[in-house]
Design a binder for this molecule. Structure first.
Ligand code: HCI
Length: 394
């Protein structure tokens, strides 16, 4: 029977990761997959994670199943981190998921289950996995304008015009902070306008927040998600712990369904648990437990926050350095957006041909849409990248 299988297109980001590994050049620079790297190119285990793991090893006496929703203490800690007091706890149904991708997948399945005719509006561009999973599930996709290729900022008027065409019961997928792949984000005034459109149309927001703490700070990065959650009747939030806790392979995420109708919460909670059961039974626990320990222990939490700040400031420093170097070499301000963008990524605005040229000539690996992982740089490689960009005539 398996001879009927057809090969599927590879994920562009993951294929690039392999190409980078296979490149023998010592001078190669990896600006591809979205993992944080320090100045030596290492993706470190955060200090608080190591400490929590040690404690866990010493204290954990059983690995028996948790619950279908995962440990409720994990949901509580994460709801507090993402939403603080924006909404009442008894309005939030939540399940632990295998990573942020797991939360996204479950959210899309929930949408399809609740309303098969719902369309999901996604930013143009969005994270390729959003498109891939929606297509796989057969959910209709509508793209809304987002990235303005001239300014490399947000085409806000275009975005508003497009999301206004959503109907009641459609879903608008929003990146809570640190937009992937562009790095271009809305300000809070613009977010308020988005909320107004959501409430006018009756469209349901789904917020994907995978980089909290990588942009302007933990609280600042959650502000838009909190605003949305507190302003609409219903919303979904997919949160990832992969990046801000550096626990990528532990697959740690949370899906939240929030409804102002408190009576609906039990049904939402049961439905989310049902979806977990259909897909994998119990969600992974190790990463979720580390996150819970860190968030609930004052000393671990303080150390985690301090290290996350180092990570964030390192990326901001690299952004400033790259923007300044490009300004110096090109004699123009056209790359100033790199210092304005936030998070791990910036879309440079180069054609796929120029991206390929930089890969072949300079061993610089960025995604073909010219997304660069800023954390893949260090103070020595910034000038090399800037020169390659200007030499390629970007
Ligand atoms: C990213 O690079 O956008 C995040 C990491 C990732 C990439 C592709 C599939 C899963 C996760």
């Amino acid at each position: 029977m398996f001879e009927t299988l057809q090969s599927r297109p590879a994920d562009g980001i993951l294929a690039l990761m392999q190409m980078y590994k296979d490149d023998p050049r010592q001078t190669k620079i990896d600006l591809g997959v979205g993992v944080y790297k320090d100045a030596t190119g290492l993706t470190p285990i955060m200090r608080a994670v190591k400490a929590a793991e040690k404690q866990l090893w010493e204290q954990q006496d059983s690995k028996v199943y948790t619950g279908l929703a995962g440990d409720p203490a994990f949901a509580d800690a994460m709801i507090d981190l993402v939403l603080a007091d924006a909404v009442a706890r008894d309005t939030v149904a939540a399940v632990a998921t295998p990573g942020g991708t797991g939360a996204v997948r479950q959210a899309f399945e929930l949408i399809q289950m609740a309303r098969p005719e719902a369309r999901v509006f996604v930013s143009d561009p969005t994270w390729p996995n959003h498109i891939s999973i929606l297509n796989y599930l057969g959910v209709e996709i509508v793209r809304y304008r987002y990235f303005d290729k001239d300014s490399c900022g947000v085409d806000f008027d275009g975005m508003i015009e497009d999301i206004k065409t959503a109907r009641a019961g459609d879903v608008v997928l929003l990146h809570g902070c640190c937009h992937n792949p562009t790095g271009a984000n809305l300000n809070l005034t613009e977010w308020r306008a988005v909320v107004e459109v959501l409430n006018d149309t009756g469209a349901v927001p789904m917020v994907d927040i995978a980089y909290q703490g990588f942009g302007d700070g933990l609280e600042e990065d959650a502000a838009a998600t909190r605003l949305v959650a507190s302003s609409v009747p219903e919303c979904l939030i997919a949160a990832s712990c992969s990046k801000n806790f550096g626990i990528y392979r532990e697959r740690t995420g949370l899906l939240m369904a929030i409804s102002q109708n408190v009576q609906a919460r039990k049904l939402h909670q049961d439905t989310l648990a049902f979806l977990n059961r259909q897909n994998f039974s119990f969600p992974p626990d190790h990463g979720a437990r580390l996150v819970t320990m860190i968030l609930n222990d004052a000393a671990l939490r303080a150390d985690w926050q301090a290290e996350l700040e180092e990570v964030r400031n390192n990326m901001l420093g690299l952004r400033s350095q790259l923007a300044a170097e490009l300004q110096r070499l090109s004699g123009s301000d056209r790359f100033g957006f790199i210092a304005q963008h936030r998070g791990m990524f910036s879309r440079l605005g180069a054609t796929p041909e120029k991206v390929e040229e930089m890969r072949q000539k300079n061993g610089i690996y960025m995604v073909s849409d010219s997304r660069m992982n800023i954390a893949g740089l260090n103070e020595h490689t910034v000038p090399i990248l800037a020169k390659a960009i200007v030499d390629a005539g970007v």
